[in-house]
Design a protein around this ligand. Structure first.
Ligand code: FAD
Length: 264
């Protein structure tokens, strides 16, 4: 790992200032994605700006019809939060299924969302629930946030402060997990909300995506059988040592049916 300067500012304002003023600087949250990247020398940063003392970023609360989760809430915080468990139990269950206890104790919602790993779980929840990412300067709909492989709409010095999740009627997440890391080989998040049905898929493509054909079929009848006979093209899906694109296409159907079944 290359040397870097470590900063631990006390306020969000100072954290943003430190990153803005240093072109090689990065925010550091739980370090569960950034530190492996640095150790493997896949990236180099002159400065790491820890958010650890920005305690206000850890808030979890219900605000009207929305569940607001601070960027520094760990996966463990989310999985155990009474507010999350009551408002969106599928989100608490998703957080409980991330990695192992160590990863869940350090890793954060904001870090996961900003890192935008194509196999991460939270992006499926954000897109599936139609969430909004709140940064230090604007609000970005999940539909516009994930722009590509490890790429988001965030500017280099833009801080994710929180994510606002509209509380749905019902939601469920089913994933076929990598046996060691628990990353999604394929994960499907299904939501029934007043605004309609949303289906989001992670792990299968370069970035999380919605599946319009499934949404249309489930809008007619919200039952696993509605997906019978609707094939998903393997053309743009990931193919690697874990699973071929064709296998992932098959898994999307299986996981989607499991998620719909779990809504009941
Ligand atoms: C062994 C292992 C298994 C894992 N398994 C899973 C899994 O099953 N499912 C899953 O979804 N993930 C998994 N992860 C990833 C884990 O969830 C990470 O915690 C997460 O991806 C990154 O969160 P972090 O807080 O650690 O962010 P960091 O590693 O600190 O940062 C990641 C990136 O986000 C940026 N960043 C962090 N916070 C902010 C912010 N508030 N605003 C703007 N930018 C920010 C950083 O600058 C960096 O670029 C696993 C990781 C490991 C090591």
């Amino acid at each position: 790992m290359k040397d870097f300067e470590f900063h631990r500012p006390a306020t969000i304002k100072d954290a943003i200032g430190l990153v803005r003023d240093r072109s090689g600087a990065k925010f550091l949250a739980g370090g569960q994605s950034l530190l492996p990247v640095l150790k493997l020398e896949l990236a180099e940063h002159s400065d790491l700006v820890s958010l650890a003392d920005c305690k206000e970023l850890r808030d979890i609360r219900v605000d009207g019809g929305n569940l607001l989760i601070g960027a520094l809430a760990t996966h463990d915080d989310v999985s155990r939060s009474p507010e999350v468990t009551k408002a969106i139990p599928a989100l608490a269950a998703l957080a409980a299924g991330i990695g192992d206890a160590q990863v869940r104790n350090r890793g954060t919602l904001g870090g996961s969302v900003a890192h935008a790993d194509p196999a991460a779980d939270y992006p499926a929840a954000l897109l599936g629930l139609g969430a909004t990412v709140i940064t230090d300067r604007r609000s970005v709909a999940a539909d516009d946030f994930f722009t590509g492989l490890f790429a988001t709409a965030l500017a280099r010095d833009e801080l994710v402060k929180a994510v606002s999740f509209p509380i749905p009627k019902r939601a469920a997440y089913a994933k076929f997990a990598h046996r060691a890391s628990k990353y999604a080989l394929v994960g499907v998040f299904v939501t029934e909300a007043a605004t309609g049905i949303r289906v989001a898929v992670t792990g299968a493509g370069a970035k999380v995506f919605r599946l319009a054909s499934y949404e249309a079929a489930l809008s007619k009848k919200l039952a696993p059988g509605s997906l019978d006979g609707i094939t998903v093209a393997a053309t743009d899906l990931n193919s690697d040592a874990e699973a071929s694109a064709e296998y992932r296409a098959h898994l999307i159907g299986v996981m989607a049916k499991r998620a719909v079944q779990a809504l009941a």
